[in-house]
Design a protein around this ligand. Structure first.
Ligand code: XMP
Length: 510
């Protein structure tokens, strides 16, 4: 399998480069910029890309690469910071200030015969994001394109197999970005473009079979796409040797446990179902602080899971649905990245379980996991499911979490989701849900005064949950939802709409 290594210098777009390359059916892998040359060699890459990054090449301790990289005979492409680093390493001049360019910029191709620009229009728009710029090129490097401010936008040194782009070919705003990357992959690195998810399934099934060598494997299922796809894939490899545990924490949505169990049955998974609702609600009694709620739920989950797992004899492996972004996030924290993502891994499992960890999806992005799920006939209700937080409705039931309040929230939530799912915008929404507020307001129903709680409607669109905007839900959907909730859900006499984006708010209210 052809492999392109991306050395990550901390750009917010590094993952996007990997995704674009995989979309072109070439496998790619992100490694920290300070990965040793032996590690790189071991992976026999077809090409290496040095990513962008927030620092200046002149900053002390800023990312750099070993000179040995250029003796491997492997083509190297530097993007943004990566290009400036190449210029600096080979004796060019990188200057700060004056020519900063952020966002859309026009570039002019000076050499239409240049490897990455052949057959591409002479002038087009690209996405820039740089403070420093290259003031003079290293010896032996040819200028390929410039910005309208005259700053080098691309260079090449064919003899040394080095290419540089000051702009980001991976972002959608860059015209011809895919064509340029494709030239690097196929014309320069001679990749064959045969990375295929169907093949991936066959290879992974064989690998899981070999790795687990007749032992039992335990898996915690949540009803979501990652754990389900990991389980279905593993069951394909080892059948009943996979034993899954599904914990009902009493914080699931309306009829969710029942629906999820039915789906697991249809998928032929071997599931131990534990209804621990009572235990969770007991532990949450009287607690209103959001962080304490999360902690209690996490700890209770571990206890319940351990108790059930201990009933499974001869278990040696713990299957987890870890994805590639999780691996990257936890793997190279602090090595030049300026954005730090907060994790909400309340469903985390105990480290002292003494089980070996099996993570078949750790190489994949979410959309690839969804595609694998479809290939494995996992139903759309799971594959396209909206994200649901580990602590469940507890973080949407503000104030004390009681069975009565959860039931109220579940009823209202079901109505909103039902009305919403009938609208055209449903499939484009990241999440749509209700939040029960610990606030009582006065109302009037059937000539009587009421003093009841309030439900907030939250619907957001987002690409990754990191930032989000509120969805302009059609008025008739809002109207029907509010009327149905007030008319049928006991204890609610007012419905409000959350119209904040993230930031400054978060998606969940707690
Ligand atoms: P926030 O509220 O931080 O949420 O804007 C971002 C995304 O993460 C989901 N979320 C969680 N997912 N465990 C999870 O697995 C959690 O504890 C958790 N908290 C929030 C949230 O639903 C949104 O999609």
């Amino acid at each position: 399998m052809d492999n392109i290594i991306i050395l990550d210098c901390g750009s917010q777009f590094t993952q996007l480069i990997a995704r674009r390359i995989r979309e072109m059916k070439v496998h790619s892998e992100i490694l920290p910029w300070d990965t040793s040359i032996d590690e790189i060699k071991k992976r026999t890459p077809r090409g290496v890309i040095i990513s962008g990054g927030p620092q200046s090449v002149h900053d002390e301790g800023s990312p750099t690469v070993s000179l040995d990289l250029f003796d491997l005979g492997v083509p190297v492409l530097g993007v943004c910071y990566g290009m400036q680093l190449l210029a600096k390493i080979f004796g060019g001049q990188v200057e700060s200030g004056a020519s900063r360019e952020y966002g859309r910029t026009a570039i002019v191709v000076k050499n239409p015969e240049a490897t990455l620009f052949m057959g591409i229009s002479e002038s087009f728009e690209v996405w820039m994001s740089h403070g420093d710029h290259i003031a003079s090129l290293p010896e032996g490097f040819q200028l390929v394109a410039v910005t309208d401010k005259g700053v080098p936008a691309a260079f090449e040194n064919r003899k040394r197999k080095i290419w540089g782009l000051q702009f980001h070919p991976e972002v959608a705003h860059t015209q011809n970005g895919t064509a340029i990357l494709s030239k690097f992959l196929f014309d320069v690195c001679s990749c064959s473009g045969d990375w295929d998810l169907g093949n991936w399934i066959d290879t992974m099934v064989a690998r899981i079979h070999k790795k687990t060598k007749g032992c039992q494997v335990i898996c915690g299922l949540s009803g979501g796409v990652d754990s389900t796809v990991a389980a279905v894939l593993t069951a394909k490899a080892i059948g009943d040797r996979l034993e899954c545990i599904f914990v009902n924490n009493g914080l699931l949505r309306h009829l969710e446990a029942e629906r999820v169990l039915e789906r697991y049955k249809a998928l032929d998974l071997n599931v131990h179902y534990v209804d621990a609702s009572h235990q969770f609600l007991q532990a949450l009694r009287g607690v209103t602080d959001p962080e304490r709620k999360r902690k209690i739920i996490g700890e209770t989950f571990i206890r319940v899971f351990e108790a059930e797992a201990s009933k499974i004899k001869d278990a040696e492996w713990l299957l987890q649905g870890t994805l590639y972004p999780d691996v990257i996030e936890s793997g190279h924290k602090g090595k030049g990245a300026s954005v730090i993502k907060s994790h909400h891994n309340v469903g985390g499992l105990p480290e002292d379980m003494k089980l070996k960890v099996l993570e078949p999806l750790r190489d994949l992005f979410k959309d690839e996991v969804r595609a694998i799920g479809r290939l494995l006939s996992v139903p759309p209700e799971i594959v396209d499911r909206q994200p649901f937080p580990g602590p469940g409705l507890a973080v949407r039931c503000l104030g004390e979490v009681t069975k009565e309040r959860l039931d109220t929230l579940r009823e209202a939530d079901e109505i909103f989701r039902e009305e919403f799912s009938k609208s055209d915008i449903y499939s484009s929404v990241w999440q749509a849900f209700c939040v029960l507020l610990p606030v009582r307001t006065v109302g009037v129903m059937g000539d009587s005064r009421t003093y009841s709680e309030v439900v907030a409607l939250r619907a957001v669109e987002s690409a990754d949950g990191m930032t989000a905007d509120w969805v302009r839900v059609p008025y008739d959907v809002l109207d029907r939802t509010a009327r149905r909730i007030c008319n049928t859900v006991k204890g609610i006499n007012r419905v409000v709409l959350d119209v904040t984006s993230k930031p400054p708010s978060t998606i969940e209210w707690e």
